[in-house]
Design a protein around this ligand. Structure first.
Ligand SMILES: [Zn+2]
Length: 441
């Protein structure tokens, strides 16, 4: 096995995702929509694993975490209070020559249009990135609604509901996984910047005097999460925002960045938001959002530390991070060396020939019932089946052959090392469990 030093490109991954059914462009048969994607079978399984690892990573000594699933559509009042109606803008400019539209802050306008080269620009205008719609048949101001541009507001708006019904005590966290929508002027880099995307977000509510420690805690904790899902930590760094990058209400903000082929980019944002959000919603709704502190007999509006990562962006990161090419016996092999906790399929069961189909199927069904994500792979030569499973990241291929009939063993082949071991069927479950837990990048 000889590793090949070919740096993976975005195009390589896009092609792999399409070929193997991880990701399709939206409404593909109609030509697709820019910045919107759909996830196929393997992509769906992998996203489910990412969500599950993220959710379980939130359990820690800091305190209780409860879950929420907010609505995608919200009334204008929410987005006025949050500042999005007035301020969620990107600067937009049009090329008068070729009619293309660009974000004015992404390149040097004086160098001319990136498409046609002309220097005939419109004025730079502010473009609100929220998708606006209306509810019901009334076309007046009261029916205006927006698809949420971020998941966080649902957690602030429901803070009091959660506090009074979920039996939580300060400090605590509310976690949410769900979709957000941003009308990006120039969506790009595949899943990196999309118009419809999923966020995994936790808002941690605490006292002001604990906020800085909490912020420091989450930075460390989030790094451990990336290590736990097998990301190359050489490609991860923390970048603290400069003062002029901070939102006016934000006291401190750091990005977890990943070294993509197109440079170091934000993967997750960790922000100390002060008590801006709850204060805004309290003012705009007229509802009391302070909590009472029994110890000091005073009320206060909690401060918030937020950790927010895009599921799709993490999905893309994990693919970049896991992609390898090597050569076995003169043949090129593509591997996704994903952590078994993330890989869409944990084990693929294979009969050596069609004559052993029934026995392999029985094994497959037994493991499926335990909740393990398994595949039954019967077509093509064993070598071809190995290549296919390597390319979708399956850590173990399990072959039932003619010897299995007598020795009640199967051959387990390891994706990363290509080594094969003869394992008793009786001990297979234990063997896999152990191998999954001891997996190292
Ligand atoms: Zn142009």
């Amino acid at each position: 096995m000889k590793p090949m030093e070919t740096p993976v490109t975005l195009e390589t991954l896009v092609a792999l995702c399409k070929r193997r059914g991880f990701v399709y462009s939206s409404a593909d048969i109609y030509g697709g929509i820019n910045g919107i994607y759909e996830f196929g079978h393997l992509g769906t399984l992998m996203k489910k694993n990412i969500r599950q690892m993220w959710t379980s990573s939130l359990d820690n000594q800091l305190g209780q975490v409860v879950q929420m699933e907010g609505a995608l559509l919200g009334p204008e009042a929410v987005w006025k209070a949050s500042g999005h109606v007035a301020g969620f803008h990107d600067p937009m400019v049009d090329c008068k020559a070729c009619k293309r539209r660009f974000r004015a802050d992404e390149f040097d306008l004086s160098k001319g249009c990136p498409v046609c080269g002309k220097k005939d620009w419109t004025e730079i205008r502010a473009f609100n990135m929220m998708f606006k719609t209306q509810l019901g048949a009334m076309e007046d101001g009261s029916s205006v609604a927006y698809l949420r541009p971020e998941t966080a507001q649902a957690l602030f708006v429901n803070f009091k509901n959660v506090l009074t019904t979920a039996r939580v005590k300060m400090p605590f966290g509310i976690a949410q996984i769900g979709k957000s929508f941003r009308n990006e002027i120039t969506p790009k880099q595949f899943l990196f910047r999309m118009r419809e995307f999923e966020q995994m977000e936790i808002e941690w509510f605490c006292k002001e005097e604990d906020a800085q420690n909490t912020f420091d805690f989450w930075i460390k904790h989030r790094l451990e999460f990336y290590k736990s899902i097998g990301v190359d930590m050489e490609k991860i760094r923390i970048r603290a925002h400069e003062k002029d990058e901070l939102a006016h209400y934000s006291k401190n903000c750091s990005d977890v960045e990943y070294n993509f082929p197109f440079g170091w980019k934000e993967l997750e944002g960790i922000a100390y938001r002060g008590n801006f959000d709850l204060t805004q919603h309290s003012t705009h709704s007229g509802k009391e959002l302070a909590v009472f502190d029994d110890a000091t007999r005073t009320s206060y509006i909690p401060h918030v530390v937020e950790c927010s990562v895009g599921t799709d962006r993490l999905f893309l990161t994990l693919l970049f991070d896991a992609y390898r090419e090597d050569e076995i016996e003169g043949e090129k092999r593509v591997i996704l060396a994903l952590s078994p906790a993330i890989a869409p399929i944990t084990a693929a069961f294979m009969p050596l020939t069609n004559k052993l189909s029934a026995q392999a199927k029985l094994l497959y069904e037994t493991f499926k019932k335990t909740g393990m994500s398994v595949d039954l792979d019967e077509s093509g030569s064993i070598g071809k089946r190995y290549r296919r499973q390597d390319e979708i990241g399956t850590p173990f291929c399990i072959t039932y052959d003619f010897d299995s009939e007598n020795d009640h063993c199967v051959t387990v082949r390891n994706r990363d090392t290509t080594k094969q071991e003869r394992i008793a069927i009786d001990g297979l479950s234990e063997y896999l469990k152990n191998a999954l837990h001891t997996w190292k990048r």
